[in-house]
Ligand binder design. Structure first.
Ligand code: HEC
Ligand code: HEC
Ligand code: HEC
Ligand code: HEC
Ligand code: HEC
Ligand code: HEC
Ligand code: HEC
Ligand code: HEC
Ligand code: HEC
Ligand code: HEC
Length: 298
């Protein structure tokens, strides 16, 4: 068991203990009547919570309902006529902060501490946009299920996943949550790592270096040349061949002329043009460790 898990578990135990003390004081009165009205036959999707860990909260049974929906005494007495303290809808949805706070009372591990300020929090998403607290199969959403969930909203990314060059996400070798934390991040794009390069290095270690001859843009930001999800240019490049390099090397030592036939005057074309792609000669575009690799050619 990891330290965080242990911490969470201890936290939950403490919460349960505290509650059972409070609860036994009230227990003399009575258990909430939630299940008198929300009966198994009528509300079977509500009762499916008893097949999940959430159905055992605060001792289980009707008391578990109050863990997320609050004591809801008025609603408990008057049903239809008064809303529960905290609701996730459909009739009386509480605001996003109230809903999220209900879950975060128990779920405040490292990942979830990043929630405040995350892109999703700022867009007023709620925990139950992605998690169904009542249904067993959607409590842990990994792999395919989580990807579909993300793509429902991120249609732009959906399109990128089918471009000719792409990270193998539809092929299921990588997933959105391998790179992104849906609960937030400390750097850009809610990545698990602080910098974009550190994200890439977590799987492409050979690109980290250190190199004897660095190529500054690679050390600075992989996204200067690559797209993270997909691209029309192999391999995940922003632009094709010479054009990619010419964004920065327009006035290079050997003129990086456009590669059309107009530059082939009288058949005495430069060998650099015949070489076509800069990478044919400058193959070590991420950096070189060869003693004479200063020009990234070896
Ligand atoms: C872990 C938190 C949690 C617990 C515990 C919980 N609920 Fe919920 N409840 C939710 C969330 C979140 C929703 C929104 C729908 C969903 O995500 O499944 C919801 C939805 C509902 C709804 C509306 C369902 C609909 O679609 O009409 C009812 C009714 C309800 N809960 C009753 C209960 C009752 C009764 C209990 C106790 C047996 C209970 N809940 C326990 C979190 C919880
Ligand atoms: C007297 C009957 C009754 C009792 C007791 C009762 N409910 Fe309800 N509850 C209802 C009815 C009826 C609705 C549906 C309201 C509607 O859609 O018009 C409802 C709806 C809900 C909803 C959905 C709210 C929404 O925004 O749509 C939740 C959550 C809920 N109840 C939780 C609870 C919890 C938790 C308890 C126990 C503390 C409880 N109920 C006790 C009758 C009851
Ligand atoms: C009273 C405490 C409590 C509340 C409130 C609560 N949970 Fe949980 N939840 C737990 C416990 C305990 C577990 C099982 C241990 C664990 O995995 O952390 C759990 C498990 C989960 C899991 C599965 C984690 C896994 O690794 O399998 C998800 C997802 C989850 N809860 C989401 C929610 C959401 C969403 C809400 C609010 C609607 C919520 N929880 C409210 C206590 C709570
Ligand atoms: C945009 C969708 C999304 C939202 C919003 C979201 N989650 Fe999650 N959550 C996920 C996904 C996907 C996973 C599985 C992550 C993985 O497999 O690495 C997850 C995992 C979890 C887990 C289990 C693993 C862990 O990190 O402990 C818990 C608990 C959890 N979420 C709670 C919450 C709570 C509480 C909220 C609201 C504050 C919330 N989530 C909001 C998508 C979401
Ligand atoms: C209910 C809709 C919804 C779902 C589901 C959803 N997102 Fe988002 N997400 C948004 C919105 C809205 C934004 C903010 C606008 C934008 O950047 O597209 C956003 C932003 C983001 C960002 C940009 C962060 C930034 O700082 O620019 C990332 C990354 C992201 N989501 C990843 C995910 C992943 C991964 C999943 C699945 C686990 C997911 N989203 C599921 C609605 C959603
Ligand atoms: C290999 C890592 C990786 C994977 C897998 C990945 N992303 Fe990203 N994503 C990134 C990086 C890196 C950025 C930041 C791009 C930038 O700033 O140039 C990003 C940016 C985003 C953004 C912000 C808007 C944008 O397009 O720049 C969203 C939304 C997003 N990703 C959603 C997703 C979704 C949904 C999935 C799964 C289908 C996914 N990502 C899979 C690395 C990844
Ligand atoms: C979670 C792991 C993971 C992360 C993080 C990751 N990649 Fe990848 N990447 C892969 C896998 C898996 C492949 C496919 C390798 C294969 O099939 O042999 C791949 C392939 C590639 C390719 C070659 C694509 C092709 O068509 O041949 C490039 C370029 C690439 N990644 C760049 C990046 C960049 C840039 C980043 C950071 C934004 C990054 N990767 C982050 C897992 C990852
Ligand atoms: C100056 C532009 C540029 C930058 C910046 C750049 N790359 Fe590349 N990358 C390329 C080119 C061009 C290729 C194709 C090389 C070839 O075809 O020989 C490539 C290929 C790749 C490949 C697939 C082939 C292989 O060598 O494994 C991966 C993975 C990759 N890059 C990862 C990264 C990572 C990670 C970063 C950031 C540290 C990065 N790249 C930064 C231009 C760049
Ligand atoms: C985002 C800008 C950028 C891009 C794109 C870029 N480079 Fe560079 N490159 C640089 C910078 C900055 C230097 C360092 C120049 C210096 O030290 O004077 C450099 C250095 C070099 C050098 C070593 C030259 C020297 O003077 O030491 C070569 C060779 C080179 N780049 C080739 C390429 C090739 C080939 C591509 C295309 C795959 C490319 N570059 C794309 C910015 C870029
Ligand atoms: C046919 C092989 C070849 C091709 C193709 C080629 N180069 Fe070069 N390049 C070289 C060699 C060899 C040197 C080193 C010359 C020297 O050190 O005297 C060099 C040097 C450079 C330098 C360093 C210039 C300086 O000021 O020292 C840059 C930058 C560069 N090339 C960029 C590019 C770009 C961009 C392209 C594509 C448009 C390209 N090269 C295509 C062979 C090539």
């Amino acid at each position: 068991m990891t330290a965080t898990k242990l911490k969470t578990l201890l936290g939950v135990c403490a919460a349960l203990l505290l509650h059972s003390v409070l609860h036994s004081a009230v227990a003399a009165e009575e258990e909430p009547g939630c299940l008198d009205c929300h009966k198994a036959e009528a509300d079977s999707s509500v009762h499916s919570i008893f097949g999940t860990v959430h159905g055992t909260l605060l001792g289980g049974g009707a008391t578990s309902c109050t863990a997320c929906h609050g004591p809801s005494e008025a609603h408990d007495r008057r049903g239809k006529k008064a809303p529960p303290d905290i609701s996730f809808g459909p009739q009386w949805p509480s605001d996003a902060n109230t809903r999220n706070a209900s879950c975060q009372g128990c779920h405040d591990n490292e990942d979830l501490l990043l929630w405040t300020g995350s892109a999703h929090q700022q867009e007023d998403l709620t925990c139950n946009d992605c998690h169904s607290a009542h249904q067993p199969d959607t409590q842990t959403i990994g792999g395919e299920a989580s990807q579909q969930l993300c793509l429902n909203c991120h249609t732009q990314v959906r399109a990128e996943l089918h471009l000719p060059s792409r990270h193998p996400i539809v092929e299921r070798k990588t997933a959105c949550v391998d790179c992104h934390n849906p609960h937030g991040g400390t750097g850009e794009a809610d990545l698990h790592q602080v910098t974009l390069n550190d994200n890439c290095f977590s799987c492409h270690q050979d690109k980290r270096g250190p190199f004897l001859w660095e190529h500054p843009p690679a050390a600075e930001d992989c996204a200067l040349c690559h797209r993270p999800h997909g691209s029309v240019n192999e391999p995940l490049l922003n632009a094709r061949g010479p054009a990619l390099c010419q964004q920065c090397h327009a006035a290079a030592f050997h003129p990086s002329v456009p590669y059309g036939s107009e530059s082939l005057s009288g058949g005495t074309s430069s060998q650099n043009i015949l070489g076509k792609n800069c990478m044919n000669c400058h193959s070590q575009v991420h950096g070189s460790n060869h003693p004479s690799g200063a020009r990234l050619t070896r």
